[in-house]
Design a protein around this ligand. Sequence first.
Ligand SMILES: *Cc1c(COP(=O)(O)O)cnc(C)c1O
Length: 391
Amino acid sequence: MKLNCNFQNLEQSYLFVTIAKKVNAYTAAHPENDLIRMGIGDVTLPLAPAVINAMHIATDEMAAKATFRGYSPDSSGYPFLRQAIAGYYGSFGVSLEPEEVFVGDGAKSDVGNIVDIFGDENTVLIPDPVYPVYVDTNIMAGRQIVYADANMNNGFLPMPNENQPADIIYICSPNNPTGAVYNKEQLTAWVDYALDQNAVILFDAAYECFVSHGLPRSIFSIPGAERCAIEFGSLSKTAGFTGLRCGYTVIKKELEFGGISVAKLWERRQGSKFNGVSYITQRAAEAVFTPEGQKQIRENIAYYKSNAQVMVEAMREMGLWFTGGENSPYVWFQCPNGMSGWEYFDYLLNEKEIVGTPGEGFGKNGAGCMRLSAFGDGEKTREAMARLKKG
Ligand SMILES: *Cc1c(COP(=O)(O)O)cnc(C)c1O
């Protein structure tokens, strides 16, 4: 018996362990502390009333023999939810068939599992810095990884390089951790590059609901994307589903490689390894896409966005180079005085009682940067920015 030796090539993730150790040491030494935690990548507001109501109704259905539901007829999701998601895309001008939407238990699982349908000999292009799941899932499969450098020169929005061949391309926009968002021209360049390379784009749209200013919310708003892209959506940041678990993958009928339908492969993969999202959760997700649900989740998103705005204004006042915050719950900035992310982390913790996330945790190009999250409390966010501005 041999284990998958590719796991030996994974980098140990010390980021959140190290942060927790440092924070615990500080709070032990300063029991009276007034720590403000801005490192979190998790939402803090509760589920919308429309969602809770839908779950109560669905729970009662499960309690009666006549309305009880067992295995869902299709691991790709109940038609009511696939229809609701297709309708949601229609609201921002992207036309989808319900059969092009595949419901799953979150974007992390789908982004991680999609690699099952691709050969291991492919070259994978991943931006740096970025959400670590893309790198780790491809290391597990032993694929060759090349990086697209994101840095201050390109506004943390790397563009395709014609001399760099790639078969699988990851794009996360709005980006975690940088909050940077591609515009239409930039995404068009990526789609053209992918079509030219006969490559597939894996587009992570987990933060699409934070996009405004007319920027693209879906790769499918770019002509040609239907022939080269797969999109991942999530209700986690959109509607506070991080603990409930629901997301979706969109694959258009036109997406084929060598005459083989990618949607069919994904359906087959899911049908073999996944039995669908719970009925109660799918009813909860359906409620997100009702007018009432949309109004309620929009209020929560506006709350997080107003926190982000407070952070953006503080960055401007302090004259720090930053990105994000406008179309994203993250602000990403250059640490002052040439400090490394970890040096600045220690300074913020010890001198300001603020917890951030050092950029080094997201890739080599994250060095010297810091991520702050807008998912916290409004009052505390204002207090944290006031402490920062005091110098
Ligand atoms: C939070 C996040 C997700 C969401 O994952 P879920 O599994 O749906 O909770 C996906 N991609 C990125 C970049 C994220 O930050």
